[in-house]
Design a protein around this ligand. Structure first.
Ligand SMILES: Cc1cc2nc3c(=O)[nH]c(=O)nc-3n(C[C@H](O)[C@H](O)[C@H](O)COP(=O)(O)OP(=O)(O)OC[C@H]3O[C@@H](n4cnc5c(N)ncnc54)[C@H](O)[C@@H]3O)c2cc1C
Length: 235
């Protein structure tokens, strides 16, 4: 199916969001992803012209948003220079990084960097549908400038007492920063989650971060059936 680029914005340091208008409505579940092919890329390299991106917007929206860290690959440079109205080829939706059915069971998201995209889609849908679910989001970035969608999550938390948002910075601790600093570890998790064995855990981010979080949960004795993960292979 063809998607047409409708908007592009800088949303954090080194991070762009892209909005696409699909040629026909796409039915997807919040948390899923698709493959995007640049059909006539301005630049090419050995890594090819296809990348997977999670939906960053909720399914009910007309246009679809994705977000990515900009790097020097031919794909990313071509995407950044794509003209408004230009087509890309979309294949999907795919994936099972979706919210569990039982609303009584808490969800805890452990997110590294741009791994926030599927989580944003899920949380936006929960907020729009006014479903009352206990959700905690731990969101780790090196610096505040690189933290995409901070304003969205802060607003959603202010409007929803069941949403617990815990951003953390690993490479700086500005005096004005009211949240956590340092790596997301067992101590930080325990400070914010009363019963570590009750939730379903969702881990998303670069492969090294996902592996570290799974190891931490394993050390805490969390059953692997209680863990869902989305590995952003390619980072
Ligand atoms: C399910 C899923 C969802 C993703 N969602 C996002 C997102 O929302 N935002 C985002 O920025 N990135 C996302 N990614 C990562 C994205 O697809 C790119 O790999 C990443 O952005 C790096 O691209 P690059 O052009 O900067 O790097 P480069 O190093 O130039 O390219 C990455 C290379 O890795 C290859 N690759 C990708 N997946 C695999 C794999 N499983 N096995 C072997 N090779 C692989 C690509 O084909 C490409 O050649 C996702 C990845 C996956 C698998």
């Amino acid at each position: 199916m063809k998607f047409f680029l409708s908007d592009r914005r800088n949303i954090a340091e080194g991070t762009l969001a892209f909005w696409f208008h699909p040629e026909q409505p796409v039915r997807f579940l919040a948390g899923q992803f698709g493959d995007y092919t640049l059909t006539s890329p301005r630049y090419t390299d050995a890594k090819g012209n296809i990348r997977a991106f999670s939906f960053a917007s909720a399914p009910e929206r007309d246009d679809i948003m994705i977000a990515t860290r900009m790097r020097d690959s031919a794909f990313k440079r071509s995407l950044a220079e794509l003209s408004i109205g230009a087509p890309v080829e979309f294949e999907g939706p795919m994936g099972s990084f979706t919210l569990h059915k039982d609303p009584a069971r808490p969800a805890v998201f452990l997110v590294g960097g741009i791994g926030i995209t599927p989580v944003r889609s899920i949380v936006e849908q929960v907020i729009r549908q006014k479903t009352r679910r206990q959700i905690s989001i731990f969101y780790s970035n090196t610096t505040c400038a690189r933290m995409a969608f901070l304003d969205d999550f802060e607003k959603w938390r202010a409007d929803n007492p069941k949403l617990n948002f815990v951003p953390t910075l690993t490479d700086e601790s500005p005096g004005s920063w009211p949240f956590e600093t340092g790596l997301l570890d067992q101590q930080m998790l325990s400070r914010h989650v009363a019963d570590l064995h009750a939730p379903v855990y969702y881990v998303a981010g670069p492969p090294a971060m996902v592996a570290a979080m799974k190891e931490m949960l394993d050390e805490l004795g969390v059953d692997e059936l209680q863990i869902k993960s989305e590995d952003f292979a390619g980072y």
